[in-house]
Design a protein around this ligand. Structure first.
Ligand code: ARG
Length: 582
């Protein structure tokens, strides 16, 4: 159990010794630090239950508190608010306890198995800014959930099954009509077909085909037909599809690598298709699949809906499978393969209606046990300075790679450390650039839109990734310079700064658990900034390495080590790498 939870438990006991029973007690640092580091408001709540005057209750509790040497500066403010601080000795004690193993100061959750669907890159199309947020948030939530004791399976759920693939194949067919893929009578071995396609080709072909389809109805129609053909497994198209998917997937993996994002499962929407027929049958048996303008749909609207929830599109009028149905099939697949307690979908908030439809349809037939939680974890958009979703200069969608490059260039300008060889600067700027981008993405609550301001994100000062990295590296270098301490115990402090750091360290488990509850990383991002700034104030005020009082020097170094450990642990949760220097 974390130190703070233990303390809360003991405080409950202390209140009980005073003759009162409180159900829940949560210690929150006081915002009136002049009165005490913590405030207990419980006396006020007890008034209603015990029909006693708040002051009287507070006094009884204070008498008990005073018997415990962990507390000091105990006082009653106003009608009955109890303020107190943690004693010096106790502060050293709990810091030393943390220093044994910071992971013991984390409250684990009841074990659960969770599938997280995040990433969602689309094959044959460049990744864009929207994919950045899904990857960042999904990866960090996965790491956080693992840290707190869940079993987590991350699934990339690549978009490899829809019309974009049909469009790409239509264009290839127009360019090379004689390829065996398009010959129904071809009997040979497809692996011997002399046709290579690269990711650069795909980057050129998809946007072109997509534009053509907007102007040319016949072109679009053929792309639709081709989509249905490869979905139905027609040999030639299927083989070509596989070739495209392989090339594109390799490229997608490279980008996720750069983002420090990895998946346990690299499924694509196509992997869900084996579940499609049983799925159709299940809905058909219950009479829930209805015809609508040539398509097959499931009605999911409810009588008391306050907004319109349109029917879920199961099979399109041209026979091809829909995005909606793919997500339903994926529920069946995940149930069979993992039997999870929860499935989380880290997907753009603008898809919330889609998930509402899918979840309702799933509940209509108990597609998955009703106690399995299905949750859409939406997020806001990253906007340009105009407040609209971030675009390239000419108004197009910015590819994720260009965006990353833009940030790396900005961080490169700021690496002015002479001890870093020129040739290493570029590599380092990539790590720092990712930190800049990721940290800025985590700072706002996940549903909030934010503005892409590259100079601000890359700044070495202020609430930024580079500031955190710079400070963390400086802690490490101090630790290296300091070498072994004489003692392994914190026994002495000098100023207020050290206590501030200690109290912030005490908060860590609460921050982690609240962050997991809200499924937003903003609290962790803020916490990192707070702890780092507090440390930096302390660092600026003291000459740690040359301090002559050994007990004080040791204590300071051990405290530095604690902050360093917490920082690296939290940066790792956020999927942010720390370079050796910058
Ligand atoms: N490929 C989709 C897109 O780019 C995102 C997929 C999200 N995940 C899901 N299970 N629907 O918009």
């Amino acid at each position: 159990m974390s130190i703070i939870k233990n303390l809360e438990k003991d405080l409950k006991q202390i209140i009980q010794n005073a003759g009162y029973e409180v159900e829940k007690l949560a210690l929150e640092p006081s915002n009136r630090r002049d009165l005490g580091e913590y405030q207990l408001n419980d006396a006020m709540q007890l008034v209603k239950i015990y029909h006693q005057n708040p002051r009287e209750i507070a006094e009884k509790i204070v008498t008990e508190l005073e018997k415990d040497d962990r507390f000091e500066k105990i006082n009653i403010a106003g009608p009955g608010f109890i303020n107190f601080s943690l004693s010096e000795k106790y502060t050293y004690d709990f810091l030393n306890q943390m220093n044994q193993d910071i992971f013991t100061n984390i409250d684990k959750k009841e074990p659960k198995k969770i599938v997280i669907d995040y990433g969602g890159a689309n094959v044959a199309k460049a990744l864009h800014v929207g994919h950045l947020r899904s990857a960042n948030i999904g990866e960090a939530l996965k790491r956080l959930a693992k840290l707190l004791g869940y079993e987590v399976i991350g699934d990339a759920h690549l978009g490899d099954y829809g019309r974009p693939l049909g469009l790409v194949m239509k264009e290839i067919k127009d360019r090379y009509p004689n390829l065996p893929y398009f010959d129904e009578n071809y009997e040979g071995d497809y692996s011997e077909v002399d046709f290579e396609i690269t990711n650069e080709d795909l980057e050129e072909i998809y946007p072109l085909a997509s534009n053509k389809s907007k102007e040319d109805e016949a072109y679009l129609e053929e792309a639709r037909v081709i989509t249905t053909k490869f979905q139905d497994g027609e040999k030639g198209y299927y083989e070509l599809w596989k070739k495209i998917v392989d090339v594109s997937k390799a490229e997608i993996k490279k980008i996720y690598d750069k983002l420090n994002v990895s998946f346990e499962i690299w499924n694509g929407e196509s992997d869900e298709m084996a579940y499609f027929d049983p799925l159709i049958q299940m809905y058909e048996e219950k009479g829930l699949l209805v015809e609508s303008e040539g398509a097959k749909v499931i009605e999911v609207a409810k009588e008391d809906d306050t907004y319109t929830v349109p029917p879920l599109l199961m099979i399109k009028s041209n026979g091809s499978k829909s995005y909606d149905s793919t997500d339903l099939a994926a529920i069946l697949e995940r149930k069979e393969n993992f039997n999870p307690d929860e499935i989380w979908y880290v997907v753009d908030g603008r898809q919330s209606l889609h998930f509402e439809q899918v979840f309702r349809a799933a509940r209509l037939i108990d597609l998955i046990d009703e106690d399995v939680v299905l949750e859409h974890i939406g997020f806001g958009t990253m906007n340009g300075k105009d407040g609209k979703p971030f675009k390239t200069r000419d108004g197009g969608v910015m590819s994720l790679e260009s965006l990353m490059e833009l940030v790396n260039q900005e961080t490169l300008k700021r690496i002015n450390n002479d001890s870093v060889p020129e040739e290493e600067k570029e590599e380092i700027s990539k790590i720092v650039g990712m930190a800049a981008l990721k940290y800025a993405d985590f700072l706002p609550f996940r549903n909030t839109d934010y503005i892409f301001e590259v100079e601000k994100f890359a700044d070495l000062e202020g609430k930024t990734g580079p500031y955190l990295l710079y400070s963390t590296i400086r802690m490490k270098s101090l630790l290296n310079k300091a070498g072994e301490t004489t003692s392994q115990e914190i026994t002495k402090f000098k100023g207020e700064n050290e206590k501030n750091i200690a109290l912030t360290l005490l908060d860590l488990p609460m921050v982690l658990s609240r962050s997991l509850e809200s499924k937003s990383l903003n609290e962790i991002a803020e916490y990192l900034y707070k702890l780092t700034s507090q440390y930096n104030s302390f660092y600026a005020e003291n000459k740690i390495i040359t301090e002559e009082d050994t007990a004080l020097r040791d204590s300071w170094i051990l405290l530095t080590n604690l902050v360093y450990q917490v920082n690296t642990m939290l940066l790792d949760v956020l999927g942010i790498k720390v370079p050796n220097k910058m």
